[in-house]
Design a protein around this ligand. Structure first.
Ligand code: HEC
Length: 253
């Protein structure tokens, strides 16, 4: 039951977070506008939007916490986003408190609030979209890495050109810097060799027998089948390539 509630409420987090972001930023904009004489009449709206923003920030914090208990995101990234979220919620409460008390302090708290919302949102985005989400347009690796054509098969690097793109497209969403489902990362040779929570996933010298290959070959309905059945599956050809790639482990012998 508890698991069900955490999952149900937690999964609303990505939707709920947009409320405090929108409402609190609006509160700041209304406040800055109201400093102009022309707009001074909207000042009362600052207080009400701060109140609504604070309440929704609280709801976002609770749902975010529940989500963190059920999903295997990277712990370091989770706790950074989590603490920034908690502090932002507290700052929104302080802003609400100061609004009709101390104007000098209030103007600084509003500025701090906007900065904190931006950072918290950014760290949250990094969790779901990957650390390089904002900069990926500049050509960094992205998890939806394009499989580049191999100009000369004789010169192809087995891991870089053939294996890594398959893993990047089909496995990184759950097994890389963002998430480590089953305690397993597949985004680097070192991590692959390290294995997951149940130990090694590649048998040195015989990739054909390794856990990675075994799991992709299980029937799709099987509990241990990878990637999980609702996800895009590697093609038969890609599985053959994984099997054939004994060099995955030979490389390091
Ligand atoms: C949608 C998320 C998701 C994707 C995509 C995914 N996996 Fe997994 N994987 C999991 C989960 C969840 C577990 C843990 C299952 C468990 O604990 O029984 C896991 C566990 C594993 C394990 C066992 C690790 C251990 O030591 O217990 C291997 C091996 C594995 N995955 C390989 C792969 C490969 C190879 C791919 C890509 C072809 C892949 N996975 C894609 C979610 C995913």
């Amino acid at each position: 039951m508890q698991q069900f509630l955490s999952e149900f409420i937690g999964h609303f987090h990505p939707v709920i977070v947009h409320l405090p972001i929108g409402i609190l930023l609006l509160a700041a904009i209304l406040y800055w506008l109201s400093l102009k004489k022309r707009y001074s009449a909207i000042r009362p709206a600052v207080r009400i939007s701060l109140l609504l923003g604070m309440l929704s920030a609280f709801a976002a914090t609770i749902s975010g916490y529940l989500l963190s208990t059920i999903d295997d995101y990277d712990q370091g990234m989770i706790s950074r986003h989590q603490w920034f979220g908690i502090v932002t919620t507290i700052i929104s409460a302080i802003a609400y408190y100061l609004e009709n008390k101390n104007q000098k302090q209030f103007q600084w708290i509003i500025l701090l609030l906007v900065i904190m919302i931006t950072l918290t949102g950014h760290f949250g985005g990094s969790l779901t979209h990957g650390e390089d989400y904002l900069t990926s347009a500049f050509g960094n690796y992205s998890s939806e890495q394009k499989i580049k054509p191999i100009a000369n098969v004789q010169e192809a690097m087995v891991y870089e050109d053939i294996i890594q793109p398959i893993l990047a497209n089909k496995c990184y969403s759950c097994h890389s810097s963002r998430k480590q489902k089953g305690g397993l990362r597949l985004d680097d040779i070192e991590w692959i060799l390290k294995g997951g929570k149940n130990g090694k996933v590649v048998k040195p010298g015989d990739a054909g027998e390794s856990e990675i290959i075994h799991r992709t070959q299980l029937p799709r309905e099987h509990e241990d089948h990878m990637p999980p059945k609702e996800k895009t599956q590697p093609s038969k050809m890609q599985i053959q390539l994984l099997k054939w790639s004994r060099s995955l482990s030979n490389r390091v012998r």
